[in-house]
Every structure is written in structure tokens, then in C-alpha cells.
Unconditional design. Structure first.
Length: 313
């Protein structure tokens, strides 16, 4: 009769003599433990003790949840009991958070099998693989990707929408207007004499002005509005569901608030000139062209003004 080939590692473990099995477990580079039906440690190998920071004597006879955060102990005890009482030979691989003796939280992959000893009682043998470093790398990669995604849509200096993302948002709002006949207004503003600020105080102070002005404007506009940095000191406010007269009043309040608020440690007075335009069944390019001309008119007529695009000839 041909000898039956043993392929399952746990089945192979069973087939070994007790001495061979013990030697293999103790020499294993990964943590291995055996718990009885009540969940008490009956065996822990050196790698298991080293990982958790316990001496063998501190674990033997203790419930396995001693290495589990308190919030998860009841749940894992239930899973252990259900596995011991069930018919499955192997337990599904799990990713778990565990707690070392020094309080350090670590992440492991745990896999287990149910065995029966010479006394016929069921036991659970579990091996653990430390994936804490991998989880940290995954989290760092996730954060880096989120950062890249944020930078792809937001201005790095001010944190608001960049030109590309802002124009995409404007296009979406225009499509909504075309579909539902809703209102939409935009305001484009530019900081007056900004070159003079950079030339006099330096670009670092100029950057501070841009950030502080952005914070002021962002605080004053509605939560449903969108603030966009088009480039340099030029900005756009997208105001859904707002007619042009209301947009004008809102933008003029922003103008007055900006002029009355000292900027940076130099307490600079910084004013803005703005144009306002409403949706008139036109393209994004045409709408921006109209509001840009209105803003230019405000600058040419003395700065620190707001002009409605419909008034531009």
C-alpha cells in the first residue's frame, strides 16, 4: 500500500513524535502557542514570548486574552470557544491588534488549527506573524497618496482649490444650471498693489498676506461656496444659488472686511478689487472672461471696488 502523503503543516505536526513536535515548535522563528478548550495557555514557544515580552512562566496557565486589548477580549473569547466547539479544523486567518507586556500595540496575522491531544481533549494551536512594520508602511503610503491627491486639487500655499480643480467645479455648477435652471454667480478678486508688498517686504510676507486673506475670505463665505486660487494673487468665488445682486453685496462686504483687517506682523492694509458675474447660459470661458473684465474695470477705476459684469460695456 502506498504511503499517504501529508500536505497540511498541522497534520504533519500531529504525525511527528511529541519530542520532534516540541523541538520544531521551540525552534520556529514565528510565535506559536497552544491553548486548551478553556483558552488557557498550555504551551508558548520562545518566539511567542519574545514578541510579547513575557517570560514563559508568566503566560502558562493564563487566558490567551492577556495579550489582547480589553476592548476585544470578549469577542475573541467567543470566537475561540466557537472554534473549539465547531467542526472546522483550521480557523480563518485574521489580522488582529495585540498588546505587548510593555503596553505597545502591535498588529499580527494569526492562523490556527484545532488539535486533539492524547487525552482526546480539543486544543487550539495558533501561530502569529508580526506585520506591525508593514501596517506602518501601508499607513504611510496611504497618507502619502492622500497628500498627493490633496495637492492635485488644492493650492499648496493657501489650502483652497487650485485653478484646475476650481474650474472643474465651476464646470459642474454650470452644467447644473443648464439642467435645472438654477442660479449661479461668481466673483473674481485680485489683491491691490500686491507687487509693491512683495518688493517692499519680501515674498515671505507676501505669502503671509495671501494666506491670511484666504483665511479671512474662507471664514466669511457660505459653506456652500467654493474658494479658488486661480494663480498669483487672483482668486475666484463660486456661489451656487445666488443671483448677481446678492453676490455683489456679499463680495462688497468681503472687500470692506479685507480693507479693515490688518495683515501680517506689519499690520498692512490690503485691499482687493473684484468683479461679479452671473450665469447667463454661457460657457465657462465666457463667464470667466466677463467677470475678469469687470475686475479689471474695478482696478482701472481706482481699486478697492466691486463691479458687476453686466455693467461692463
Amino acid at each position: 500500500m502506498a504511503e499517504r502523503r501529508i500536505t497540511d503543516p498541522f497534520e504533519h505536526l500531529i504525525a511527528l513524535s511529541s519530542r520532534d513536535a516540541a523541538n520544531m515548535i521551540n525552534a520556529a522563528p514565528i510565535g506559536i502557542c497552544i491553548t486548551n478548550a478553556a483558552g488557557m495557555f498550555e504551551m508558548v514557544n520562545p518566539a511567542y514570548c519574545e514578541f510579547y515580552g513575557y517570560e514563559k512562566e508568566e503566560l502558562l496557565g493564563q487566558h490567551f486574552t492577556v495579550v489582547v486589548p480589553k476592548a476585544y477580549r470578549a469577542k475573541l473569547s467567543q470566537l475561540h470557544d466557537a472554534f473549539i466547539a465547531g467542526n472546522e479544523i483550521q480557523e480563518l486567518r485574521q489580522e488582529l491588534e495585540v498588546r505587548c507586556k510593555n503596553g505597545e500595540a502591535r498588529t499580527i496575522i494569526a492562523e490556527a488549527a484545532r488539535l486533539h491531544g492524547d487525552d482526546g481533549a480539543p486544543r487550539k494551536v495558533t501561530y502569529v506573524i508580526d506585520i506591525t512594520s508593514r501596517k506602518h508602511l501601508e499607513e504611510q503610503l496611504k497618507q502619502a497618496n492622500e497628500r498627493l491627491d490633496h495637492l492635485a486639487h488644492h493650492d499648496e500655499l493657501t489650502g483652497i482649490f487650485n485653478r484646475r480643480a476650481g474650474l472643474m467645479r465651476l464646470e459642474e455648477e454650470l452644467k447644473r444650471c443648464q439642467r435645472y435652471g438654477s442660479k449661479l454667480s461668481v466673483a473674481m478678486y485680485d489683491l491691490d498693489s500686491f507687487k509693491h508688498i512683495n518688493d517692499t517686504y519680501g515674498h515671505s510676507i507676501g505669502d503671509d498676506v495671501l494666506k491670511e486673506m484666504t483665511q479671512l475670505i474662507a471664514k466669511e463665505i457660505r459653506s456652500t461656496d467654493f474658494l479658488v486660487r486661480l494663480g498669483g494673487e487672483e482668486f475666484l468665488i463660486i456661489m451656487p444659488e445666488v443671483e448677481v445682486s446678492s453676490a455683489y453685496l456679499a463680495t462688497d462686504r468681503l472687500r470692506q472686511q479685507a480693507a479693515a483687517t490688518p495683515m501680517t506682523t506689519h499690520a498692512l492694509t490690503v485691499t482687493l478689487s473684484a468683479g461679479v458675474a452671473s450665469y447667463m447660459k454661457t460657457s465657462t470661458t465666457r463667464l470667466l472672461d466677463r467677470v475678469d473684465k469687470a475686475m479689471y474695470r474695478a482696478k482701472q477705476s481706482g481699486r478697492n471696488k466691486v463691479i458687476i459684469a453686466d455693467d461692463v460695456t
